[in-house]
Design a protein around this ligand. Structure first.
Ligand code: XMP
Ligand code: MG
Length: 179
């Protein structure tokens, strides 16, 4: 284990097994209808790659980037779209993928923006959910794991752009960011 990690919340194997279950839930929900998957950069790339290999409907894939926490661990409360999607989504079923839902701000803003473009439907899948910190009245349709209110890294999630490549979800030692 990386020496900056306090503890592991979910191992690589546990995440893999849960992603497979989520894929089944999503397949059962769409029943073969085509879907445009929109992955929120950068955190959800591990999740999207693992998940969509297990989806059995026709899938188009696109990416969107919104401003994040930067190098801190507390939300700035302002969201900016830094990179928009490229596909035309009018009349399409959208499945929006995020690494984590925390306050709900990111999801809330992106959902509203995509809805305004005349989509047929929009559902959301989050790998991790921090219910304790929710501020917006928004919930994810498919959730991997609920997690406690701790700053987590790995499986795509970063602290100051580091640790995304860890295959597990871990809690960072406070000494790493409290100096
Ligand atoms: P909101 O508050 O908009 O947050 O729901 C979603 C975004 O905040 C980032 N985030 C985290 N990133 N460890 C991280 O590495 C965390 O524990 C964490 N909590 C929130 C993340 O970028 C997500 O897209
Ligand atoms: Mg980040």
């Amino acid at each position: 284990m990386n020496d900056k990690i306090e503890k592991i919340l979910f191992t690589e194997e546990e995440i893999k097994a849960r992603v497979a279950e989520m894929a089944k839930e999503i397949n059962d929900y769409y029943k073969g209808e085509p879907v445009v998957v929109i992955s929120v950069l950068k955190g959800s790339v591990f999740f999207v790659v693992d998940l969509i290999k297990k989806l059995d409907m026709d899938i188009a894939l696109d990416f969107i980037a919104a401003s994040s926490y930067g190098s801190g661990t507390v939300s700035s409360g302002k969201l900016k779209i830094k990179k928009d999607i490229e596909l035309d989504i009018v009349g399409k079923n959208i499945l929006l993928l995020e690494d984590i839902i925390d306050t709900g701000e990111t999801l809330f803003e992106i959902i509203n923006m995509l809805k305004a473009r005349g989509v047929k439907s929009i559902k959301t899948a989050m790998m991790f959910n921090k219910p304790a910190r929710r501020e917006k009245a928004v919930e994810a349709d498919f959730i991997g794991f609920d997690i406690p209110d701790e700053f987590v890294i790995g499986y795509g999630l970063d602290y100051d752009e580091q640790f995304r490549n860890l295959p597990y979800l871990g809690v960072l030692k406070r000494s790493v960011y409290e100096k």
